[in-house]
Design a binder for this molecule. Structure first.
Ligand code: PLP
Length: 488
C-alpha cells in the first residue's frame, strides 16, 4: 500500500469549517476545568460548529481522501494534547483540515475494497443522538428503552433467519467480538454437558471451520486456547456437511469438537456454505452450529438471495454486522442465540456491585457477550429501520445485488479480464491477463492517488487477484465502468 493520497476532489465535497468566533470558553485555549462541563454562549458556539460540520458530512459525499505517513501528519498537525488545550476553533481546524482528510470514508461509493459500509443518513444522524445522550446499554435498569428498541431490531434479523421466538442476543462491536462471544457460549455449553455426563475436561477443545472462514475465527480460537480443525471445501468453494463430518471424526484422541463455524457469505468471495447439510451433521453429532454472516447475512433480506441461506434457521448462534451491509455506522454487529440462557450462563459477570442488576426476568445485553459497559450501538440501526421500514432495506440490498450482477457481466465480457468465481452475493473476483502482484498493487495505488476508488488486491488459489465488494446502494454501474476502463 502506498501511503500517499491524491488531491483530486472531484468525487466529493469536503465539509468546510463554519466560521466560529475565538472567544474564551470551549472555543479558546486556556485552563477551563471549571467551565468545561458548563453550557454558556461560547460553548454554544462550539457545539454549533461541530454540529454543522457533522451535518455537512452526513449530507454530502466527501472526497475519497487517503492516508499520510505519521511524519507527514506530525508536520501538519503537531502536538494536539497539551496542558493548556488548543481551544475549540483550533482543535476542530486540525481535525477538519488534516486528520479527517487523512482518513478514507468507507461510505464513498467507490470504496470497494474489503467490506465497506454505507450508513443511511438517518442512522448516521442518530449516532450523534446516542453519543450525546450518555446512555449505558448494558442493562435493563440503565437502558430499558434502548434495549427494548435494540431487541426489536435484533428480532428482524432473527426473523430473516427464521430463528424461534426464544432467540435473542445483543449488539456487539463487530463480527470478531460476535464470533468470540458465540464460541465462548458454545464451549460453555459443551463443558456443562460433559460435566452433567460425569466426564471431565477433554485434553483439547476444537472448532471445525473451513479455510475460507474469516480470520476472526482463528483469532477467537487463539484467545480461547482451542484448536481449529480445518474442513475442506468442495470445488465450488462451499463447505458441506460431508467435510464437516469428516473433520469431526478426524479429531485426534482426547480432542472434543464443541462447535462448527459455517460462513454465510465468505469475506473474500461471498460464498454461502451449504448450511442445511452442515446443520444435519451438527444435529447428528450434538455439536453447536455457529453461522458467521457478518458480511453476507444481510442478503437474507433480499428475495433473490434468500434461498442460499436455507438451513440457517437451525443454527445455535448467528452473527450479522449491520455496519457492513445493513447501513449502520460502526460499530454494530448483531449476535443472536437460539437459546439465550446458555449464553447468559456463559457470559454473566458476577461481582458484589453487580449483583443488584443480575435479574433473570429482564434482558441485560451485557449477559450475552464478552462485554460489560456497552454503548447502545444498535440504536442508529434501529432508528433507520424504524424510519425507513424493512422493505426499504430489502430493496436497497437487492439493488446492490443487481449492480453486482451487471459488474459480473462487464467483467465476464471484458477481453482482458477473467471472472474467477460466479458471484453469489456482492463480491466479484477477477484477474487481469498478464498482471502480477506488483501490477495489481500499482493499479490500486494509482486509483487511490487519483481519488478514483479504493480497491485492494487479494489472493485466489495461490495467485494475485482483484475483488470488488459492493455494499453501498450509491455505487452505480457507471462507477464500475469507469474503474474497469482503467484496467486496459
Ligand atoms: C468482516 C467479517 C468478520 C469480522 O467482523 P468485524 O466487524 O470486522 O469484526 C467476521 N466474519 C466475516 C465473514 C466477515 O466478513
Amino acid at each position: 500500500m502506498n501511503y500517499t493520497r491524491g488531491s483530486d476532489e472531484r468525487t466529493g465535497v469536503r465539509p468546510s469549517l463554519p466560521g466560529m468566533q475565538e472567544t474564551r470558553n470551549g472555543t479558546s485555549a486556556g485552563n477551563s476545568a471549571a467551565r468545561m462541563h458548563e453550557f454558556d454562549e461560547e460553548c454554544d458556539a462550539l457545539i454549533w460548529s461541530v454540529f454543522r460540520y457533522a451535518l455537512d458530512r452526513i449530507k454530502e459525499q466527501p472526497p475519497l481522501d487517503g492516508p499520510l505517513s505519521a511524519a507527514e501528519l506530525q508536520a501538519l498537525v503537531g502536538e494536539t494534547v497539551t496542558p493548556e488545550g488548543l481551544g475549540g476553533v483550533e482543535a476542530l481546524r486540525r481535525y477538519t483540515e488534516h486528520l479527517a482528510p487523512a482518513s478514507i470514508s468507507v461510505d464513498h461509493p467507490r470504496y470497494l475494497a474489503f467490506v465497506a459500509g454505507a450508513p443511511t443518513k438517518a442512522a448516521s444522524v442518530f449516532d450523534l443522538v446516542i453519543g450525546a445522550s450518555s446512555l449505558c446499554g448494558s442493562t435493563w435498569l440503565d437502558g430499558a428503552g434502548m434495549v427494548f428498541a435494540e431487541n426489536q431490531a435484533l428480532r428482524w434479523i432473527a426473523d430473516l433467519a427464521g430463528l424461534p421466538d426464544s432467540a435473542g442476543g445483543c449488539f456487539v462491536t463487530g463480527g470478531t467480538m460476535g464470533n468470540l462471544s458465540a464460541l465462548v457460549a458454545a464451549r460453555h455449553d459443551a463443558d456443562r454437558r460433559r460435566t452433567e455426563a460425569g466426564l471431565g475436561r477433554p485434553a483439547r477443545w476444537a472448532v471445525v471451520a473451513a479455510e475460507s472462514a474469516h480470520s476472526s475465527v482463528e483469532s477467537a480460537a487463539r484467545v480461547m486456547d482451542v484448536d481449529v480443525i480445518l474442513a475442506s471445501v468442495d470445488d465450488d468453494l462451499r463447505l458441506r456437511g460431508g467435510a464437516v463430518a469428516e473433520a469431526i471424526a478426524g479429531a485426534s484422541e482426547g480432542t472434543e469438537v464443541f462447535a462448527v463455524v459455517a460462513t454465510a457469505g465468505t469475506t473474500n468471495l461471498g460464498i454461502v456454505d451449504a448450511l442445511e447439510g452442515i446443520a444435519d451433521v451438527c444435529a447428528d453429532s450434538g455439536v453447536w452450529l455457529h453461522v458467521d454472516g457478518a458480511y453476507g447475512g444481510a442478503a437474507m433480506a433480499a428475495p433473490s438471495a434468500r434461498h442460499r441461506f436455507a438451513g440457517i434457521e437451525r443454527c445455535d448462534s448467528l452473527v450479522v454486522d449491520p455496519h457492513k451491509w445493513l447501513f449502520s455506522p460502526f460499530d454494530c454487529a448483531a449476535l443472536l442465540y437460539r437459546n439465550p440462557e446458555v449464553a447468559r450462563s456463559a457470559h454473566t459477570q458476577h461481582a458484589g456491585y453487580l449483583e443488584p442488576i443480575i435479574d433473570e426476568m429482564v434482558w441485560n445485553p451485557c449477559d450475552y457477550a464478552h462485554v460489560l459497559t456497552r454503548r447502545a450501538r444498535g440504536m442508529p440501526f434501529w432508528f433507520s429501520l424504524a424510519v425507513h421500514g424493512t422493505d426499504a432495506y430489502r430493496d436497497a440490498i437487492e439493488g446492490t445485488l443487481e449492480v453486482t450482477r451487471v459488474l459480473r457481466d462487464l467483467v465476464a465480457d471484458a477481453p482482458l479480464l477473467k471472472l474467477l468465481v460466479e458471484p453469489e452475493l456482492s463480491v466479484v473476483a477477477f484477474r487481469r491477463h498478464g498482471w502480477g502482484v506488483e501490477d495489481y498493487q500499482a493499479w490500486s495505488d494509482r486509483l487511490l492517488a487519483e481519488g478514483i476508488a479504493l480497491l485492494t488486491p487479494t489472493t485466489f488459489e495461490g495467485g494475485p487477484a482483484m475483488r470488488i465488494c459492493i455494499v453501498n446502494p450509491r455505487t452505480t454501474v457507471a462507477d464500475l465502468e469507469e474503474i474497469l476502463e482503467t484496467l486496459v
